[in-house]
Design a protein around this ligand. Structure first.
Ligand code: NDP
Ligand code: 8X3
Length: 258
């Protein structure tokens, strides 16, 4: 593994699930962190805890990635501080609803597209130039999904946003090929986080059923992959990584029970 000590990473959606686990995994590697999310208390507490445990510097930043102006100001602020950024983990994202396309709530669509696609683009457009300027081994990790490879029932729009994450990752890799930038699209399968609780608007019974009778992935499993991608030497670019629970074979084929 290459040492990441002294590098700086920006992680979006660091207040829960995969983003929170990535923060802990990178702090363990002595990476200084800038943690973004909307829930201030969660990222403040996490920042304090990681600073105490790992002795790295962790800055919590309240940021809604859908807010184009706020993302631009955030990037300008980092730039004016002369802070170097080595790693960006575009993790903030969500699914809303699982109704058939012909009857789904259009507000749910807007939220998914605004967060998973436009928010990821705003962050990338804001931070990538700073990374190219300041880092000798810049790396952008986009958290896509197995859902971006194949549509499933009631998932059309969520799947489309994650397919977009794949294409945006490919496009960025092409556009930065003459630089040191590396771009990776990590595509997790079923991972037990707050994801389904958010998808079903707080309905805990529905959320739990998603992970029933099979052992899902945990946030730490994805953070482990993020750590792996980050610790490769600078000439190695992991472009895509698909990770599923053992009892999942594709976006829609899952074995439950023994
Ligand atoms: P969680 O719901 O546990 O975490 C989502 C995180 O995203 C939270 O920290 C939330 O923070 C943040 N977030 C949501 N909207 C915004 C926003 N507008 N601005 C800033 N932050 C935001 O879910 P996961 O950890 O599972 O999800 C992380 C990523 O992984 C998502 O992109 C998801 O699509 C993807 N994924 C998840 C899988 C799973 O099965 N769990 C599988 C494949 C991919 P806050 O609410 O505080 O803003
Ligand atoms: C999340 C995985 O299968 O619930 O991207 O859509 S799934």
């Amino acid at each position: 593994d290459v040492s990441l000590e002294g590098q700086t990473a920006v992680i979006t959606g660091a207040s829960a699930g995969i983003g929170e686990a990535c923060a802990a995994a990178l702090a363990h590697e002595k990476v200084n962190l800038i943690l973004c999310a909307r829930r201030e208390e969660k990222i403040r507490n996490l920042a304090r805890q990681l600073e105490e445990t790992y002795g790295v510097s962790v800055r919590p930043v309240v940021l809604d990635v859908r807010d184009r102006k706020a993302v631009k100001e955030f990037a300008s602020q980092l730039s004016s501080e002369g802070l170097g950024i080595d790693i960006l983990v575009n993790n903030a994202g969500l699914a809303r609803g699982k109704d058939p396309l012909q009857s789904a709530d259009m507000d749910d669509w807007d939220e998914m597209i605004d967060t998973n696609v436009k928010g990821l683009l705003y962050m990338t457009r804001g931070i990538a130039p700073l990374m190219l300027e300041s880092s000798s081994a810049p790396l952008i990790i986009n958290i896509g999904s197995i859902a971006g490879m194949q549509a499933y029932e009631g998932g059309g729009v969520y799947c489309a946003t994650k397919a977009a994450v794949g294409m945006i990752s490919d496009g960025l890799r092409i556009d930065t090929v003459s630089s040191a930038m590396r771009v990776c699209n990590i595509r997790p399968g079923l991972a037990e986080t707050e994801f389904s609780l958010v998808r079903f608007h707080g309905d805990n019974d529905k959320a739990q059923k998603v992970y029933q009778d099979l052992e899902p992935l945990y946030a730490g499993d994805i953070a482990d992959a993020v750590r792996y991608v980050c610790t490769r030497p600078s000439h190695v670019q992991i472009s895509q990584l698909t990770i599923m629970p053992t009892r999942q074979a594709s976006g829609s084929v899952v074995h439950r029970g023994d």
